[in-house]
Design a protein around this ligand. Structure first.
Ligand code: GDP
Length: 364
């Protein structure tokens, strides 16, 4: 107890010996009751009744890679499928900092205030590496996160992009069956995840910023071509003029692209998510689009195309998983990799060897 404060001459308060920390404040904590297991029908009934805790648990099953969970999830999805499809699905993309979460908060609150139910899902390719995803995180959407009519779910964290995206698509089905009539799917505008999001939504919204140099530089042309609408955020204060200029540039650039299959020429709008300016106009645009494509049959066609796309995607994903998770293949691959790297084998020969072994095992 050699504190200067404990010197008899010291006039202030003394430092007392501390109390040892008990190992656990609540010794019963570990014995926390296990979650009750529902049957498939209980899950389905709960979802159809709009029970959010049950919906959440069902989504957890969808995200799980355990075979028994997968089987149950598929049974639930199948039973929910006839009750799905009744929402407007909007994909939202933009580089980090573009204002996705602020915009989702503002666009979402507009819907909630009109009595809608909104699910916010996400596909985050970076979650593959970090095993933790921030997209779709409740803390990023302050106003929405406390609304009982908003269901916010971060990106499924494990697996390949195809797997993660499939799970998000299946979650859309469950959310729709639970009565959510709007679904947002958020992703970062930097990689291939846009293609995945594009193939599960009705309207693809690209958030851009003005004043980042050449307006076309920041984002890949392919992503611009996918967009049904481009919105320039942060059109507030000193930024308004710059945003207007970017709007003109982008609109001109879009005229150079071929007319999309939908027959709809994408529009460019400016807005401020932070100051809640221009939000209604964005919704007017989206609803106008939906009416337009429902009128010309593209809405149905796109959803059918998407269903077909996901059938093939799922086959691809399952074949790959089945191959790479095979213990024999798992053991074989490092050796083949070495042989390819040291030029003992060609890539083709090594691939053929692995596939021959795999097919051989399938025949048995
Ligand atoms: P995200 O990374 O795309 O999700 O972007 P955030 O929504 O987190 O926004 C990034 C930053 O931009 C935050 O500091 C926001 O406060 C700010 N921001 C978002 N929208 C606006 C806006 O409309 N105007 C202004 N001035 N700032 C905004």
């Amino acid at each position: 107890m050699k504190h200067p404060e404990n010197d008899p001459a010291y006039k202030g308060l003394n430092v007392n010996k501390g109390i040892p920390q008990p190992p656990s404040i609540n010794p019963y904590l570990k014995k926390k009751a296990k979650r009750r297991q529902y049957t498939v029908d209980e899950y389905v009934d709960g979802i159809l009744a709009g029970n959010i805790p049950i919906l959440s648990q069902a989504v957890t099953l969808v995200e799980s890679s355990k075979p028994e969970h997968e089987e149950m999830a598929q049974a639930i999805i199948e039973k929910c499928l006839p009750h799905s499809g009744n929402s407007i699905r909007v994909g939202i993309t933009g580089v980090p900092g573009a204002g996705k979460s602020t915009s989702i908060d503002a666009l979402g609150m507009y819907l909630i205030n009109k009595g809608n139910k909104l699910a916010v899902l996400a596909i985050d390719p970076s979650s593959e590496r970090s095993k933790g995803s921030i997209l779709g995180d409740k803390t990023r959407m302050e106003k929405l996160s406390v609304q009982k009519n908003a269901f916010i779910r971060p990106s499924p964290a494990a697996g390949s992009l195809g797997g993660v995206a499939r799970k998000t698509r299946e979650t859309i089905i469950l959310c729709e069956a639970a009565g959510f009539n709007y679904v947002f799917v958020e992703t970062v505008g930097v990689g291939q995840s846009e293609t995945a999001v594009h193939s599960m939504v009705d309207f693809f919204l690209l958030i851009q910023l003005a004043g980042t140099g050449d307006e076309l530089q920041g984002i890949k042309r392919g992503i611009m071509e996918m967009a049904d609408g481009i919105v320039i955020n942060k059109a507030d204060g000193d930024n308004i003029e710059k945003a207007k200029m970017a709007q003109r540039q982008l609109q001109n650039a879009l005229h150079l692209f071929p007319v999309p299959e939908s027959g709809w020429t994408p529009r460019v709008l400016t807005y401020s998510a932070y100051y809640n300016i221009g939000i209604e106009e964005i919704w007017d645009m989206i609803h106008e689009y939906i009416d337009f494509v429902k009128g010309n049959g593209y809405f149905e066609r796109r959803r059918n195309e998407q269903a077909k796309y996901w059938m093939y995607e799922t086959i691809d994903e399952q074949l790959k998983n089945n191959f790479y998770r095979n213990p024999v293949i798992e053991e074989l691959m490092p050796r083949l990799e070495k042989e390819v790297l040291s030029a003992q084998k060609t890539s083709f020969a090594a691939a053929k060897e692995a596939l021959d072994i795999y097919y051989g095992m399938q025949k048995r």
